[in-house]
Ligand binder design. Structure first.
Ligand code: FAD
Length: 406
């Protein structure tokens, strides 16, 4: 890529420049927009491509409150599905965790691509500066008071955002994370010896709520997307190639993992997408470096078993937005100084929950008979006690936001 002389760059001034227009980046842009801050957000993918990407589907109640604001369209309340519980299925039978009864909360099934679409459409409606299909984005001078972002716009012209703060909301492969020097950054990793074989299938739902099934053949998750399309997963070896599986084999495997004397039967239909999703836990600490702030998957990833990834991305920006607003408006960086610690305290609770659900429900390769029996004991200890069920329900539906966050 030839270097473009600085004076040929078209420069735009902003209070905050955001790399990444996923849920973290776009939600942050809206929260800042409401307080009149000048924001530019850029993404190297096109809006249609992001909208087509199927990922998370479960929203905690606090995430729903953020999305239900009238200026974002509130579609989550009309098109989302309220789920008052989940089914933990083991020993060939179902054990319902009733969230409402246990903790008085619920979650919502509302696919991530619809979350994106609501945020993107609202950005357009409010005439926000969000640019898709950009290339070569890179933040610079983040350790100074005048940082910026260089990129090539979708029309091929070189651009520069000059801003007071840069936010890296550029997902799990974040390049901005690399700007935090190694000597002050600590990366925490955990790898898992299994993955999820995930499918999207054109069929009506098989169950009204998510089923987390533990079986001698391994884990399966029966989840929903809409009245006509469903998302189902089963535990597999990370090296699995989806092309090696016929549609019939996939349905047989899923059915075998939920079989039981109650005759639970999956409704089958054409499989329109198959992927293998590898598991990883990751945390970058700190989530800030001078004028650079990380949010969402750029700073942390969780295995999907606890349905926390998207929710954490929204929770981060709920903490970051008021801190940026105070810094820009009043020149007071006190809240920004607390951002990393505040966000990480929730992140580690979510890491713990995701790890716990994952290890409790999945069969490790070469697992001993003792380990399997112990996991079943753990599942019984959780489901047979109101305290155990309430613990799971509280973690799954999500914690209230930090008390200092308005
Ligand atoms: C296949 C898959 C399945 C998942 N399933 C679940 C699930 O079932 N449940 C759950 O809770 N979570 C799930 N997750 C996690 C969840 O989707 C993420 O936690 C969530 O998307 C985080 O939002 P984000 O905005 O931080 O990151 P992202 O949604 O990844 O957004 C980051 C954005 O930055 C852009 N970007 C990246 N690099 C650059 C660059 N250099 N320049 C410009 N733009 C850039 C990307 O195009 C992207 O749009 C899944 C993730 C994946 C990958």
């Amino acid at each position: 890529m030839p270097q473009i002389p600085r004076d040929e760059r078209k420069t735009v001034d902003a209070d905050v420049g955001i790399i990444g227009a996923g849920p973290a980046g776009l939600m942050l842009a809206h929260l800042l927009r409401r307080s009149g801050l000048r924001v530019v957000a850029i993404d190297h993918r096109g809006a249609e491509e992001i909208h087509r990407t199927h990922r998370a589907g479960i929203l905690e109640h606090e995430s729903v409150r953020m999305l239900a604001e009238p200026d974002l369209g509130s579609r989550v309340l009309t098109d989302g599905h309220l789920h008052d519980g989940i089914d933990l299925r083991f020993g060939r039978r179902s054990h319902r965790i009733d969230f409402q009864e246990l903790v008085g909360e619920s979650v919502w099934l509302y696919p991530q691509n619809e979350v994106f679409w609501d945020l993107a459409r609202a950005a357009e409606h409010h005439r926000m500066d969000v640019r898709y299909g950009v290339a070569d984005a890179s933040a610079f001078d983040v350790a100074t008071d005048h940082p910026g972002i260089r990129f090539t716009d979708s029309d091929g012209s070189a651009r520069e955002i000059r801003c007071r703060y840069v936010v890296g909301a550029d997902g799990s492969k974040s390049a901005t994370r690399g700007l935090i020097p190694r000597e002050i950054r600590r990366d925490y990793f955990a790898e898992y010896p299994f993955a999820w074989f995930g499918i999207l299938a054109e069929t009506p739902p098989s169950a009204p709520e998510l089923i987390y099934a533990q079986s001698p053949r391994g884990f399966a998750l029966i989840s929903q997307r809409s009245d006509t399309v469903q998302r189902l997963y089963f535990q597999c070896d990370p090296a699995t190639d989806p092309a090696d599986w016929s549609q019939d084999q996939i349905w047989e495997e899923l059915q075998a993992r939920i079989d039981g004397p109650d005759g639970m039967t999956l409704r089958r239909g054409p499989i329109i997408e198959s992927t293998v999703l590898k598991f990883r836990s990751f945390v970058c600490d700190p989530m800030r470096y001078h004028r650079l702030y990380l949010a969402g998957d750029a700073a942390h990833t969780v295995p999907p078993t606890g349905a926390k990834g998207l929710n954490l991305a929204l929770a981060d920006v709920r903490v970051l937005a008021p801190a940026l607003i105070r810094a820009v408006r009043d020149g007071d960086e006190t809240l920004l100084g607390e951002y990393s610690e505040t966000a990480l305290s929730r992140v580690w609770k979510a890491q713990n929950f995701s790890y716990w659900m994952t290890t409790m429900l999945h069969t490790a390769p070469g697992e001993t008979e003792f380990a399997t029996a112990r996991r079943l004991g753990e599942l019984r200890a959780v489901t047979e006690s109101p305290h155990g069920r309430a613990y799971l329900a509280e973690q799954y539906t999500g914690w209230p936001f930090h008390p200092t966050v308005s």
